[in-house]
Design a binder for this molecule. Structure first.
Ligand SMILES: [Zn+2]
Ligand SMILES: [Zn+2]
Length: 373
């Protein structure tokens, strides 16, 4: 069967082209099969398979469990009125689970310390800086003491300057790590951006905890309000930062001319969130809930855009892969277990990108291909 997209000759039973990943029969719509997780559509709202794209079989439920437990601990802390604890429980969850995932899949190959130093250490230090900047911009107390909107100058600082600076620094750690050829793949850019974004958000949240967003809640005794603040700062904001970093750094590493457009997207994601925080603080409890809703919607949009970008990257890069003639054995698919054709960029049965399989597995597939070609 010949692929209509790249003209590669595929075995008769193939559903996906092993070289370019296109669907080979009219019943296979590639937009219903995300290249890193073909059981899901490209545009699915799935936190774990989006931020942790390497095929992980039985491990996904552990990551989900970790996030759920942290969320529950955060709500319990909020219930007892301890906002700082609620905030830390929520904010530490995503970086923690991402580190576990990077370890499980050896995404950082044999160089974990570079990744940790940049995406946790450097990103965290930059997050502290962003936190102080946010506090400076909203420090005079006008946001919470009067019942008026902040002045135009302050709005400009909080809704334009702050997101711009955040967008620049959130790219620093993943851009630094993915500058190395061994980490230059789009999926590496995605995972390191997610970790960097989450670490930066965690550090920033610790600094601004007594700043603009929570200044009205220092004397608050409302558990519900604390819970919404913890979930906004601890879960939604890290995803928004991670998405802004992932979209921009993936485009940077793919060297597409669409990088400036990625910058605009990243700015809009962070800008919408920062604007909600800055303008809704005066509405008390209602403002906190509204900010939460806007943050969750913004995070969801960010997740979908990451998947669009990663899917396009996986399909595009595959056409550049050199292939050996079909028929040789190239190891097994990490997702469905069926044999791969040597030199595959995609599993021809389930459509999983080989680049989304764990790195040791990819090496295994390559060595099989080399010995059988
Ligand atoms: Zn093809
Ligand atoms: Zn497969």
């Amino acid at each position: 069967m010949t692929c209509s997209r790249c003209s590669t000759d595929n075995p008769e039973l193939a559903r996906f082209c092993y070289r370019c990943g296109a669907g080979l029969t009219t019943t296979v719509d590639r937009t219903s099969h995300y290249a890193a997780s073909p059981g899901e559509p490209v545009r699915a709202l799935a936190l774990v398979s989006t931020l942790m794209p390497h095929v992980s079989g039985s491990r996904h439920h552990l990551y989900k469990l970790g996030l759920a437990l942290a969320g529950a601990a955060s709500l319990v802390a909020a219930g007892f009125g301890v906002l700082p604890v609620a905030l830390i429980c929520a904010a530490i969850a995503l970086p923690g689970v991402l580190l576990m995932y990077l370890y499980d899949h050896e995404v950082w190959t044999d160089d974990p310390w570079t990744v940790v130093a940049a995406c946790v250490g450097l990103a965290g230090a930059l997050g502290v800086g962003i936190g102080f900047l946010a506090n400076t911009f909203s420090s005079s107390g006008a946001v919470s003491l009067t019942n008026n909107l902040p002045s135009t100058g302050r709005l400009l600082e909080l809704c334009v300057v702050l997101p711009l600076v955040t967008l620049v620094v959130v790219q620093a750690a993943p851009a630094l790590v993915t500058a190395r050829p061994r980490f230059a793949h789009a999926l590496d850019a995605l995972t390191f951006a997610a970790l960097g974004g989450a670490s930066l958000a965690l550090a920033e949240s610790i600094v601004v905890q007594h700043g603009a967003f929570s200044s009205a809640t220092v004397h608050s005794t409302s558990s519900a309000r604390d819970a919404f603040i913890a979930l906004t700062l601890g879960f939604a904001k890290p995803v928004i930062y991670g998405a802004a970093a992932a979209i921009t750094v993936m485009r940077l590493r793919r060297r597409t001319s669409a990088y400036p457009l990625g910058l605009l997207e990243g700015f809009l994601l962070i800008g919408v969130y920062d604007s909600a925080v800055a303008t809704l603080a005066i509405y008390g409890d209602r403002g906190v809930v509204l900010t939460f809703i806007i943050a969750v919607v913004t995070a969801a949009v960010g997740l979908i855009r990451i998947r669009d970008e990663a899917h396009a990257a996986l399909l595009d890069e595959a056409t550049a892969v050199t292939v050996t003639p079909a028929g040789h054995y190239g190891g097994n698919c990490a997702e469905c277990g069926l044999p791969l054709v040597a030199g595959s960029a995609f599993c021809l049965a389930c459509g999983t990108a080989v680049a989304a399989m764990p790195k040791p597995h990819q090496e295994h597939v390559k060595s099989y291909a080399a010995t059988s070609a």
